[in-house]
Design a binder for this molecule. Structure first.
Ligand code: ATP
Ligand code: MG
Length: 145
């Protein structure tokens, strides 16, 4: 098993509902370690850049509007197999399909307002962590990877 890092975002819907800390507690209870953390409000340019991979999708404009609608809590997580483990903890993109016990099952509203983001692979996790955190904001030695 590989030691990995992944980027988590508690999205504006979950922050607005007041469940950000509960989601962070779930992350910690799962054994994933929070190695960087902050609350920010994304600008349209930041949200567009973050979701650039989806720019041809019909929901892109709405997704950017949603992601900039309020503050988000961004964190970097570390652990063995962290990328897949966090996606499993999040549950399916559409909360209607999310398994019992997952974050999206419990906290998401719909397929767009789905409470959390998690990186989908090792290449995107590196890009996404660097998008939000510089080296001095990450509380673990890079040599560990
Ligand atoms: P994320 O990338 O946020 O972790 P994901 O990998 O499960 O979620 P993606 O397919 O990458 O899902 O979609 C990115 C985000 O775009 C979703 O989390 C959701 O907020 C939004 N989204 C996805 N599909 C739709 C849709 N059909 N309608 C509206 N919004 C959508
Ligand atoms: Mg995705």
């Amino acid at each position: 098993m590989a030691l990995e890092r992944t980027l988590s975002i508690v999205k504006p819907d979950a922050v607005e509902k007041g469940v950000a800390a509960q989601i962070l507690a779930r992350i910690e209870a799962s054994g994933l370690k929070i190695i960087a953390l902050k609350m920010i409000q994304l600008t349209p340019e930041e949200a567009q850049g973050f979701y650039a991979v989806h720019k041809e999708r019909p929901f892109y404009g709405e997704l950017v509007a949603f992601m900039t609608s309020g503050p988000v809590v961004v964190s970097a997580l570390e652990g063995d197999n962290a990328i897949a483990r966090y996606r499993e903890l999040m549950g399916a993109t559409n909360p209607a399909d999310a398994a019992d016990g997952t974050i999206r099952k419990e906290f998401a509203t719909d397929i767009e307002k789905n409470a959390v983001h998690g990186s989908d692979g090792p290449d995107t996790s590196k890009i996404e962590i660097a998008y939000f955190f510089n080296a001095t904001e990450i509380q673990a030695p890079v040599e560990a990877l």
